[in-house]
Design a protein around this ligand. Sequence first.
Ligand code: SF4
Length: 212
Amino acid sequence: MTELQRQRNRVLAPQIIKALRQRNMEGRFAETREEALAMALELIPQGATVGWGGVTSAQEIGLIQALREGDYRLLDREKADPAAIPDLYRQILSDCDFFLTSANGMSEDGVMVNIDGNSNRVAAIAFGPRQVIAIVGMNKVVHSEEDAYRRAKYLAAPINAQRFGLDTPCAKLGKCANCTHEQCICCQILVTRFSRVKGRIQVILVNQDLGF
Ligand code: SF4
């Protein structure tokens, strides 16, 4: 991300935050990864139960490592026995104070789009954990909800399919083929446009490239 892009983001971010507030969500803007980490840790009290799903952005700001080193109860899927992961996902839905995520795309007016294969992530954003914290690099912000969908489906999903070493058409072609492959990671598409519970979803916008 260039300095000119960052300059533009500084002007845009307050408008996204205002739009999020109108959608019953809270927004914050961090200039650096370090600022974003401090903001996230301020939101999560020690002793809280924390889970996550697909959190490259949270890893990139150092949040997962900080939580592992701190005094929290973590529902840590990377540390779980693979056979126990489906139950861990269910536990995250029913017994979790904070769920960490990002967005595959976000519109300038505060709509988040997430695409999921296992669907644990979109389920937890929609319902379950008491609070959701989304770490969103400004590289994820595009003009409209439709653009956010396109970003998620046609850019983020093929990259994720390659990252996970899947056998999907997009992993081979570098572009979406609208597949129904058994390993498809575009099973559920969540558009988050309003939170019925005020303030349940907190978005930390970061003026950096994070995730894909
Ligand atoms: S090819 Fe399938 S898995 Fe890949 S992006 Fe398209 S729908 Fe998703």
